[in-house]
Ligand binder design. Structure first.
Ligand SMILES: Nc1ncnc2c1ncn2[C@@H]1O[C@H](COP(=O)(O)OP(=O)(O)OP(=O)(O)O)[C@@H](O)[C@H]1O
Ligand SMILES: O=c1ccn([C@@H]2O[C@H](COP(=O)(O)O)[C@@H](O)[C@H]2O)c(=O)[nH]1
Ligand SMILES: [Mg+2]
Length: 209
């Protein structure tokens, strides 16, 4: 496995060990841009734990929890679930993982999500991967995905694109403005996209050495 920045502990000048904060990489991109696909490769190569906010919400929706009906209706309308619910699910998953390197996929989706995650966890992302893909290609991928997702239909997909443009792109732009964005051309074959992803992780490693 290739290493990327080590989050475990560091040693201060006086020799005492200090707990470091976990390393978080946010993985953003429009619906169907290939976030989940690339995260699976990153996990294999770089030892991160991968949490898709959408997957966590779908699991919560199917668990019979009191939020289940609300989550289903938000997902089917392509709307963004309140930050409190999503941040709690992410925080719980991170704590239970035992890992200290996380890919958070499909989150933060709006400014409120971004601020809530930082306020609750005290963690800022090391960097943000952004999979840039034309709408027509994302639409094709969603409609061919065939994984039984209730929101993979043309009507909901269009609502998701609209929410992405209106609410999520400003978050992407924010990270670009503070120099944390790593933009990847996602409109290429999966292996080619991953070559670019590997280059990003390798260059981050070099900076940390
Ligand atoms: N580079 C690619 N070229 C062609 N097809 C791809 C590529 N990357 C992913 N796919 C396919 O497109 C579909 C969507 O990919 P994936 O689920 O990874 O996207 P996503 O960004 O996680 O989507 P969502 O936001 O809806 O969860 C899948 O069927 C996947 O196999
Ligand atoms: O942080 C999040 C992530 C997702 N949602 C809702 O889930 C669906 C599906 O998300 P995917 O990332 O495509 O799996 C999304 O359209 C939202 O309705 C969310 O509210 N907050
Ligand atoms: Mg996904």
């Amino acid at each position: 496995m290739e290493t990327v920045v080590d989050a475990s502990t560091s040693e201060e000048a006086n020799g005492s060990a200090v707990e470091k904060k976990p390393i978080v990489v946010f993985v953003l991109g429009g619906p169907g841009s290939g976030k989940g696909t690339q995260c699976a490769y990153i996990v294999e190569h770089f030892g991160f734990s991968h949490f898709s906010a959408g997957d966590l919400l779908r699991a919560e929706m199917n668990s019979g929890s009191e939020n289940g009906l609300m989550i289903r209706s938000m997902i089917n309308e392509g709307k963004i679930v309140p930050s409190e619910v999503t941040v709690n699910l992410l925080q719980q998953a991170m704590e239970e993982s035992g890992n200290d390197k996380f890919l958070i996929d499909g989150f933060p989706r709006n400014e409120e999500n971004r601020a809530a995650f930082e306020a609750v966890t005290g963690i800022e992302p090391a960097f943000v991967l952004f999979f840039d893909c034309p709408k027509e290609e994302m639409e094709r991928r969603i409609l061919n995905r065939n994984q039984g997702r209730e929101d993979d239909n043309i009507e909901t997909a269009r609502k998701r694109f609209k929410v992405f443009l209106e609410s999520s792109l400003p978050v992407v732009e924010y990270y670009e403005s503070i120099g944390k964005l790593q933009k990847i051309d996602a409109a290429r074959p999966i292996e080619e996209v991953f070559e670019s992803v590997k280059t990003v992780f390798a260059s981050i490693n070099e900076k940390e050495d």
